[in-house]
Design a protein around this ligand. Structure first.
Ligand code: HEC
Length: 233
């Protein structure tokens, strides 16, 4: 289940970053930390899109937790502590997901968050609150961290939780989308993506979610089959 929600989150983050924020910036859209303030015509930075999703999943019935942590965070509240700091040390060595338990959170899964594009490193290096200023391309900058209190997950939990997270992503994108709809300079939206040199268009919810589903579908289905299969004794 962790693999599936992580695949959905990864798909949303990758598509938002590479197909909305990246080309959007070149086509005059703006993104920033102050995006949510009234009168600021910007969208959320990728890390804040994840934060938005994390806040929304917390408010839903499945007891799934999500946060982005690091040992060198810009925002001190993202610092790993206790057992999770130890799990993160292991993740940095192996660069592979680490599954552990935590006395408070229950079951914990960490997935490496790599500096997959140069702006990851440069923006963090230049940020006044960053304790580390020599991030390089490919570094493990942090970990997408999921928690769930139950040790056994059946098909029902699986479907309810992955579905709730898919809805969460849709709600997070809607927040961006609704913000864009109120920009002083009107922006067109529909079944397209911003592209430099073309008239500016922002994907509507349906278009964005179809891309997220297509990208995450294989993992979500494979893990469902694994969850549902009862291994004969
Ligand atoms: C334009 C600036 C900018 C870019 C680009 C950017 N980040 Fe960040 N990142 C931030 C800010 C600001 C925060 C703190 C957000 C908060 O308040 O939680 C943050 C938070 C994080 C965190 C949580 C730990 C911390 O530092 O607080 C991780 C991990 C992270 N970013 C990784 C990445 C990765 C990986 C990429 C590229 C895919 C990336 N960032 C791109 C500005 C940026």
């Amino acid at each position: 289940m962790f693999n599936s929600v992580n695949a959905i989150n990864d798909a949303a983050g990758t598509i938002y970053t590479s197909q909305v924020v990246g080309p959007g910036l070149k086509a005059s859209l703006k993104f920033g930390e102050d995006w949510a303030e009234p009168g600021v015509d910007k969208g959320p930075l990728p890390a804040l899109f994840l934060r938005l999703a994390a806040g929304k999943i917390e408010a839903k019935p499945p007891p799934l937790g999500l946060y982005l942590g690091s040992d060198e965070p810009i925002n001190a509240s993202n610092l790993f502590g206790g057992e999770q700091a130890a799990a993160f040390e292991q993740l940095k060595r192996t660069e592979a997901p680490v599954f552990s338990t935590d006395p408070d959170a229950g079951f914990v899964a960490m997935y490496p968050d790599f500096a997959s594009a140069m702006p990851c490193a440069t923006c963090h290096n230049e940020h006044e609150d960053s304790p580390k200023i020599d991030w390089e391309l490919g570094d493990v900058m942090g970990a997408t961290t999921w928690t769930f209190p139950k040790s056994t997950v059946g098909p029902d939990d699986y479907l309810t939780t992955t579905d709730a997270f898919m809805t969460t992503v849709a709600e997070a994108y809607s927040d961006y989308f609704n913000k864009v709809a109120g920009f002083a300079e009107p922006v067109e939206f529909g079944a397209g993506w911003p592209e430099p040199g073309k008239p500016l268009i922002v994907p509507d919810l349906e278009t964005f979610m179809a891309a997220v589903r297509a990208r995450a579908a294989e993992t979500v289905l494979n893990e469902l089959v694994l969850t549902a299969v009862v291994v004969p004794e």
